[in-house]
Write a protein that binds this ligand. Structure first.
Ligand code: MN
Length: 356
C-alpha cells in the first residue's frame, strides 16, 4: 500500500517532469500530462520496482527523459503509460478515451518491441542466442523507427532509466542487459543523433561489465584532468580573447571530459597505453553562424599546430543523422594532443536532441 514515502517519491518525480517540460517544452499541456501521471500511479498502485520504490517512479522518469529530448505531449504521455497495457489490468479503452488513439498506438509499439529472453542451457548456446537476439532486436528497432521514431525514443529512454537503476537486479541479469545495451541501444542512440544518451548508455554498461577497469580509468581521468586544469583554462581564456579580436560575438568555449568508454576502447581494444592517451579533454567552441566556425578554426590553428589528417568537416559533409561540426586535433597546451570541436548553436542542439 502507498506510504507517505511513496507519495513523496511520486510528487518529486512529477515535479522533475514538470520542470523538464517547462525548460524544454514550454507549450506543453501540463494538465493533460498530469492526468496521465495520475493514471499511471493508479494503474501501477500494487507494483514495486526491484529497488522497493513504487513502480510509477519508473514511467515518470522515462517521461522526463522523453521531455528533455523535446518530444511532443503524446510521446510524453505514452512514456508515462508505456508499461500500463502490458503489466496492469487497465483497459485499453480508457487510455483511448482519455488520451486518444495515437497514444495507444505508441504504447502498443513500445510493448511489441519487448524482447523476451529465456535462459539458455549452456554458455555456447547462450552466446549464439544472444548474437541472434541482438541482430533481431536491432532489426525490430529500426523497423519501429521507420514507422514512428517516437516509439524508438521512448524505448531508448526506458532502457536509459533501467540502466541507471540496474544495481537492484541480480548480477547475471545486469550483465545480460548491459551487453544488450552496448550491442543494440547505444548504436540506435548514435543513429538517432542523441550522443549524450549514447555516451551515458555506454558508460553505464562499461561500469557493469568491467567494474575494475571502469574505476581505474575514472580515477586516472580525474587525476589527469586535475593536473591539466590550469593550462587548459589558460588556453580557453586566450582563445576567447583572440576570437573576440576577430569580431566573433556570443560564442562559448568549454572543456569537457571524453566519456570513459571511448578511452576504455582505446586502451583495451586498440592496445594504446593509458599514458599515451593525452586527449582526455576536448574543447568545444559554439558560435552563432556557420561561417564563424571557420573563423574560429583559423584562431585555433593560429595558436596550435594541427596534427595532420585529423581534421573532419562535418559542416560541408554532415553525418547521415544530420550531425554537423568541425573536428580537429592540434598539439595543445603542454604539447599534448587536444581535440577541438566547433559548431553553431543550432548544430549543437541537433547533436544534443537529434533531428526530432
Ligand atoms: Mn519500462
Amino acid at each position: 500500500m502507498a506510504t507517505a514515502a511513496d507519495q513523496d517519491l511520486y510528487q518529486q518525480g512529477v515535479q522533475s517532469l514538470m520542470a523538464a517540460l517547462q525548460a524544454h517544452r514550454p507549450d506543453a499541456d501540463l494538465a493533460r500530462i498530469d492526468r496521465a501521471a495520475r493514471l499511471a500511479r493508479f494503474a501501477h498502485r500494487r507494483q514495486r520496482r526491484k529497488s522497493g520504490q513504487p513502480y510509477v517512479v519508473h514511467p515518470i522518469a522515462v517521461a522526463t527523459i522523453v521531455a528533455e529530448l523535446r518530444l511532443d505531449d503524446d510521446a510524453v504521455i505514452a512514456a508515462l503509460l508505456h508499461d500500463v497495457l502490458e503489466d496492469t489490468q487497465t483497459p485499453r479503452a480508457w487510455i483511448e478515451a482519455w488520451f486518444g488513439q495515437e497514444v495507444v498506438t505508441m504504447i502498443e509499439g513500445v510493448t511489441k518491441l519487448s524482447l523476451n529472453v529465456q535462459a539458455e542451457a549452456n554458455e555456447k548456446q547462450r552466446a549464439v542466442a544472444e548474437t541472434h537476439r541482438a541482430a533481431e532486436s536491432l532489426r525490430k528497432l529500426l523497423m519501429a523507427m521507420a514507422q514512428d521514431f517516437r516509439v524508438m525514443v521512448i524505448k531508448l529512454a526506458d532502457r536509459l532509466h533501467n540502466m541507471r537503476t540496474l544495481g537492484a537486479m541480480p548480477e547475471k541479469k545486469q550483465t545480460r542487459i548491459a551487453n544488450e545495451t552496448l550491442d543494440v541501444y547505444a548504436p540506435i542512440a548514435a543513429r538517432l543523433g542523441v550522443y549524450h544518451v549514447k555516451s551515458e548508455l555506454e558508460d553505464l554498461s562499461f561500469a557493469i561489465l568491467h567494474p575494475q577497469e571502469f574505476a581505474e580509468i575514472r580515477d586516472r581521468v580525474a587525476k589527469t584532468n586535475r593536473e591539466r586544469e590550469g593550462e587548459l583554462s589558460e588556453a580557453m581564456v586566450t582563445l576567447r580573447e583572440k576570437m573576440a579580436e576577430r569580431g566573433l560575438r556570443n560564442f562559448t568555449v568549454n572543456g569537457r571530459s571524453k566519456h570513459l568508454y571511448s578511452i576504455f576502447n582505446k586502451v583495451v581494444k586498440h592496445g594504446v597505453p593509458f599514458e599515451e592517451i593525452f586527449d582526455l579533454v576536448a574543447l568545444r567552441i559554439i558560435v552563432q553562424e556557420p561561417h564563424e566556425c571557420y573563423t574560429a578554426m583559423g584562431v585555433v590553428y593560429e595558436m596550435y599546430r594541427p596534427i595532420p589528417n585529423l581534421f573532419t568537416d562535418y559542416i560541408q559533409t554532415p553525418k547521415p543523422n544530420g550531425y554537423q561540426s568541425l573536428h580537429m586535433k592540434v598539439m595543445g597546451p603542454g604539447n599534448a594532443p587536444l581535440e577541438v570541436q566547433i559548431r553553431t548553436k543550432h548544430m549543437h542542439e541537433i547533436a544534443e536532441f537529434g533531428l526530432a
